[in-house]
Ligand binder design. Structure first.
Ligand code: NAP
Ligand code: G4F
Length: 363
């Protein structure tokens, strides 16, 4: 008796499946990989319109992948970060394809996966703003938490032997003091952090229960000129450039004492890809290993435009969180040793490059 478990085109015997779903998954994966050696790999990215999604798309297209992206239907266009990568779907050589869908819509994920048959799935979609998660805890739980389960379960239901990347976060460490690495206990301090911890464990559970090649990238803060405007680094860089250009007078911020480990997003998406190329699925921290306060990041940005930050920054309690994460400083030594991944750009250079980009955009 042959059962369609777990590959859509690969059958394994019931006896083999009875020996363990992990073994069946692995054999199906080996067969699928062998059949596909002569063709380009296919990836599905959720959150393709976000900061990381846009850099990852560039990276995968440059590597020859066919890239499919999940985008949310909205009444205005939300594809600004990937517009420069647009390819006419009528072009037979097009390698970037966008599909409407949402992580809150599980049946859509099933039909899409069935059609796309990806080799790699990068789950980057999330309500990713920590402060907003206190205002919208239920929506954050549904997208940032359950969304990952819907996607993992869709992969299992379709029977795909793909590789799966979960965008886990240093926010999961929360109140646990630094340095934080893969062994550090989680103590989340926001609905966002709690939802990410749930997704982290669901990813591990699908790895252990079904043998899925599923990994958690535990990424510390990473920024770029494409960062959302309300995250603190982009907010500061934009304000510094605008104040220098005479277009703004003040910048209102919350907690200046918070310590973060800020790196450059383009380098971090390369680490995501490296995790999915490893021989075995495992979880990795990506970080620079160096601390910087919000205050110092502001100083670096204002210095780039020749101003003293203290003359322009004002405190506004509306940006203070009900529970704060005081200090996140990552220990990326496992990723360095096993993947050869290392961050090159540190906070002072990052602040300067982001502020220069804002200044250029104003010109
Ligand atoms: P981002 O810029 O906020 O992008 C989030 C993406 O998720 C956007 O494409 C957004 O679509 C999409 N999205 C939100 N809700 C969705 C839903 N219900 N269904 C489908 N798509 C949805 O985030 P990012 O900075 O690129 O981060 C990528 C991932 O890494 C996120 O999961 C984030 O939580 C995680 N992470 C980020 C960092 C960091 O420092 N950047 C660190 C650790 C972990 P729209 O464009 O339509 O809003
Ligand atoms: O830029 P933030 O909003 O980033 P946060 O909360 O660290 O979260 C980001 O990094 C996580 C990884 O650790 C990701 F998982 C998450 O998706 C997101 O990308 O705030 C950074 C710090 C906080 O301590 C905040 O309290 O800056 C402080 N802050 C001070 N004034 C402010 C402000 N944050 C924001 N957004 N806006 C302010 O005016």
């Amino acid at each position: 008796m042959a059962d369609k478990v777990p590959g859509p085109c690969i059958t394994v015997s019931y006896r083999e499946y009875a020996q363990g779903p992990r073994r069946a998954f692995l054999r199906a994966h080996d067969e699928r990989t062998m059949r596909r050696t002569d063709v380009a790999k296919t990836a599905l990215i959720t959150g393709i319109t976000g900061q990381d999604g846009s850099y990852l798309t560039e990276l995968l297209l440059a590597k020859g992948y066919v890239v499919h992206g999940l985008i949310r239907r909205s009444s205005t266009f939300n594809t600004a970060r990937i517009d420069h990568l647009y390819q006419d779907p009528h072009d037979p050589g097009a390698r970037l394809h966008l599909h409407y869908g949402d992580l809150t819509d599980g049946s859509r994920l099933v039909t899409l996966l069935e059609r796309i048959q990806p080799d790699e799935v990068y789950n980057l979609a999330a309500q990713s703003h920590v402060r907003v998660s206190f205002d919208e805890p239920e929506f954050t739980g549904s997208t940032t938490g359950l969304g990952s389960t819907r996607l993992l379960e869709a992969i299992r239901m379709v029977g795909l032997a793909c590789r799966f990347y979960q965008a886990s976060s240093s926010e999961m460490f929360g109140a646990t003091p630094p340095p934080q690495n893969e062994e550090t206990p989680f103590y989340p301090r926001s609905p966002y952090g709690v939802a990410k911890v749930y997704s982290y464990w669901m990813t591990r559970n699908y790895r252990e229960a079904y043998g899925l090649f599923a990994v958690n990238g535990i990424l510390f803060n990473h920024e770029s000129p494409r960062r959302g405007e309300t995250f603190v680094t982009r907010k500061i860089a934009t304000a510094a450039a605008r104040i220098a250009a005479g277009k703004q007078n003040e910048l209102h911020l919350g907690n200046l004492d918070a310590v973060r480990d800020w790196g450059y997003a383009e380098e971090y998406v390369a680490g995501m890809w490296q995790m999915l190329q490893a021989d075995e699925p495992d979880d990795y921290v990506l970080a620079t290993g160096t601390p910087c306060t919000v205050r110092d990041f502001a100083r670096h940005c204002f210095e780039e435009v020749g101003l003293d930050w203290q003359q322009y920054v004002r405190f506004d309690p509306r940006y203070v969180r009900p529970t704060e994460v005081d200090a996140l400083i990552g220990d990326p030594s496992k990723a360095a040793a096993r993947l050869g991944w290392r961050a090159q750009v540190l906070a002072p250079e990052l602040a300067a490059l982001m502020t220069r980009a804002e200044t250029l955009a104003l010109a």
